[in-house]
Design a protein around this ligand. Sequence first.
Ligand code: AMP
Length: 353
Amino acid sequence: MTDPLPTGATIGILGGGQLGRMLSVAASRLGLKCHIFEPSENPPAGDVAHAVTTASYEDAEALREFAAHVDVITYEFENIPTAALDLLESLKPIRPNRRALATSQDRLTEKDFLGSLGLTPAPYADITDLASLEAALSDFGRPAILKTRRFGYDGKGQVRINADTDAADALAQMQAAPAVLEGFVDFTAEISIIGARSAGGQVVCYDPGMNVHKDGILHTTTVPAPIPASLKTDAVLLAGRILTSLDYIGVMGVELFVTKDGLIVNEIAPRVHNSGHWTQNGCTICQFEQHIRAVAGWPLGDGSRHSDVRMENLIGADMDRVPELAATGAALHLYGKAEVKAGRKMGHVNHLI
Ligand code: AMP
């Protein structure tokens, strides 16, 4: 491990959405600067970061110039083109590392990896054609969920196969993209655990939160999650195992299904996570500062929860409620997005409960 970055150093962030914005705010509190690389104009992170490069991930010259101005590189979304990462990695350290990214980018690789650690993903099968889909359906039964291996988020790239769904139609909806079939998990709750690992190998996990989705998008996260203490311990231990085996540096979100037989790992996200936003008002050191500390080579902060919190996402027209919410004691976090669109994450509010 190299020395911790001194104050005044610059962290490069690939992606300029709300996660990049909140990372930049956290970095600034520690006297560190953030430089955003983002293809679209006027990204949310641009309002608060030290510098912004507006260029495509195919622009090698812009990537080189960006790398020259930063000390370490991190990212706020997973789907960064491989060629851009190859180039950047030859110039500056990328944290979390490439293996963590590659593992989480592909649902099949991710599930194979989780299985290799002795953890339990949903039953799954690689789907290459109609015959493999039909074979997996007869194994798992219906309902089942067909998912693209890559580029899925907020429930996109998924088809639920019910008793009366035509398998060929479902496969056609994958538009020839590689896919996996998942057996349907009969869960009692969805929780997630946000964990962090420092360059020195120290691991800190936050209390698991219970997640409720609406229209495929996270709606609320509530901490403490109403689950037995033994499952909370299981969640912390499995997050620690994932972080350590990937030699991970930074914050990771792990989504879990709670079932009568224990925890099933749904997916891992190699970045700060929407279900960890409650930490901004429930902990002394939030997930954004924790990530910045890790990638800067600093020791991690205390992740213990001092308050119970319900985080509520503000999606699209929920922005109309901002004047009313602003008049309550709740903590508002707005992303400064100019255009309100249906399904777009515009902000969130942390209610202390
Ligand atoms: P994902 O994009 O994989 O996180 O899936 C989005 C949501 O779909 C999850 O949060 C669950 O509510 C639901 N879901 C995904 N996979 C399964 C599964 N194998 N069994 C039951 N529900 C699932």
